[in-house]
Design a protein around this ligand. Structure first.
Ligand SMILES: NC(=O)c1ccc[n+]([C@@H]2O[C@H](COP(=O)([O-])OP(=O)(O)OC[C@H]3O[C@@H](n4cnc5c(N)ncnc54)[C@H](O)[C@@H]3O)[C@@H](O)[C@H]2O)c1
Length: 423
């Protein structure tokens, strides 16, 4: 029997056929359609992958064809009814790459949350950017759409990351979800509660564009969406529009990188000296911060959480003769007094509050720029402190925090407040 392989398959697959006496030929899937049609007329068996579309026209040129093998899972590129009418058996390899697809999906998720592409890109440009913070899958909520062969393997792997897994699949029994330790739910609930969503449905009339504007609007801000199933399931035009809207409405974030980083000091002075030098100098790092100097405009109101050396940098950034309003919040009274003296010397107005951010009743939407250089991390009630920082920020104001904040620390009241996100 003559077998035509369109595209490439593993050499082991080809050897398997030739060892059993099949005459195997291979052509590229990029062959012009007419050339391909002229070639297929000779073959009784054809093996395709996803890039070849098998239409009635294709079949009309394959008059000797008896069996069509799909090296892979999806058969959405094959007109099965047309094959049946012509007496062609269609066989796929439903388990062939399900583990690869599941592992690839988890790889994409980790790359997204750990920001691996961004970090890799920075390093390729010879930048060791310590400001690229990733987050964790740990204890986040995953939404798996389609709990078939791939989806269930993805769900099992996400459970190992200690994630809560929500599933939408109207065609599986509850017991299947229960066995996997995941929660079967409706699509709206999954979209509204998941931190990361992954799609594992086949492309059908029902699933085409199943994630469109309406579904995207139901998702949490900051959600991550992975589609390793098929193009066409997510409406890409709507996705682009949603991303564009987010970009326009997001508060401007200042890039606030430290002038000195620990590894430089370790390299130059050895570990112990480096460590001491790092901690001493990190507290003054704001002074030399070029981003900070250029970003805050004279006359603006700045809330500096933890009024240490960072305040000097703010005042220095206004330059001689210019001034602004600074609200300092610090637990330490001597820091407050010191900061106030610096501000007075430069002609800036300094309002200093001694205490915890969450206990100080500052007015709503009164601040242009909020800065915290590691202080949120020191707070016991991180979430409350972040809520307060957002509350006092003017619409369109800027927030610059070098603290590591997880999505769970942003409350829904922050995330869902349209006034806050309006530019
Ligand atoms: N990118 C790749 O390498 C790769 C690899 C394997 C599979 N795939 C794609 O992923 C798809 C899923 O593969 P699989 O092997 O898990 O298939 P499968 O048939 O085992 O599972 C599909 C699941 O989707 C569910 N489903 C169908 N319609 C749905 C809908 N409207 N809403 C919610 N759930 C629905 C089904 O009930 C089923 O449980 C394939 O059809 C293929 O397109 C891609």
């Amino acid at each position: 029997m003559k077998v035509l392989v369109i595209d490439t398959i593993a050499p082991e697959g080809l050897a398997f056929l030739t060892e059993r006496g099949f005459q195997v030929e291979q052509v590229s899937s990029k062959l012009p359609r007419e050339e391909l049609f002229a070639t297929i007329a000779d073959y009784e068996a054809i093996i395709t992958r996803s890039s070849t579309t098998v239409t009635p026209e294709f079949l009309s040129h394959a008059s000797r064809l008896r069996i069509l093998g799909r090296a892979g899972v999806g058969v959405d590129n094959i007109d099965i009814e047309a094959c049946s009418r012509q007496g062609v058996v269609v066989a796929n390899a439903p388990y062939g790459n399900v583990v690869s697809a599941a592992e690839h999906t988890v790889g994409m998720m980790l790359a997204l949350v750990r920001k691996i592409p961004q970090a890799h890109d920075a390093l390729k440009q010879l930048r060791w950017d310590r400001g690229i913070y990733g987050s964790e899958l740990f204890r986040k909520t995953a939404g798996v759409i389609g709990l078939g062969k791939v989806g269930s393997r993805v769900a099992a792997r996400l459970k190992a990351f200690e994630m809560e897994v929500l599933v939408y699949d109207p065609y599986i029994p509850e017991s299947r979800a229960r066995d996997l330790g995941v929660r079967l739910t409706d699509l709206g609930t999954l979209l509204g509660h998941s931190d990361i969503i992954t799609v594992h449905v086949p492309l059908t009339d029902e699933t085409e564009n199943m994630i469109a504007a309406r579904e995207l609007a139901l998702m949490k801000p900051g959600v991550r969406l992975v589609n390793c199933a098929r193009g066409g399931i997510v409406q890409e035009g709507d996705l682009l529009a949603a991303l564009e809207t987010l970009r326009k409405n997001a508060p401007r974030l200042l890039k606030f990188s430290r002038a000195l980083t620990a590894p430089d000091w370790f390299k130059e002075y050895g570990f112990v000296i480096g460590l001491v030098a790092f901690f001493l100098l990190a507290s003054f790092a704001g002074v030399g911060n070029p981003h900070l100097r250029s970003a805050i405009q004279p006359g603006e109101t700045v809330l500096d959480l933890g009024s240490g050396a960072g305040l000097d940098a703010i005042i220095a950034s206004w330059g001689a003769g210019a001034s602004g309003n600074v609200i300092g919040v610090d637990l330490n009274p001597s820091m407050c007094l010191k900061a106030q003296a610096h501000a007075a010397a430069s002609g800036s107005r300094m309002e200093c509050h001694q205490g915890r951010m969450e206990d100080i009743p500052l007015p709503d939407r009164s601040v242009d720029v909020v800065i915290s250089n590691g202080v949120v991390n020191l707070s016991f009630r991180k979430r409350k402190v972040i809520e307060e920082l957002f509350r006092v920020l003017k619409p369109g104001g800027r927030l610059s925090i070098t603290d590591i904040v997880s999505a769970k620390q942003l409350s829904q009241s922050i995330v869902n407040d349209p006034k806050l996100w309006a530019s």
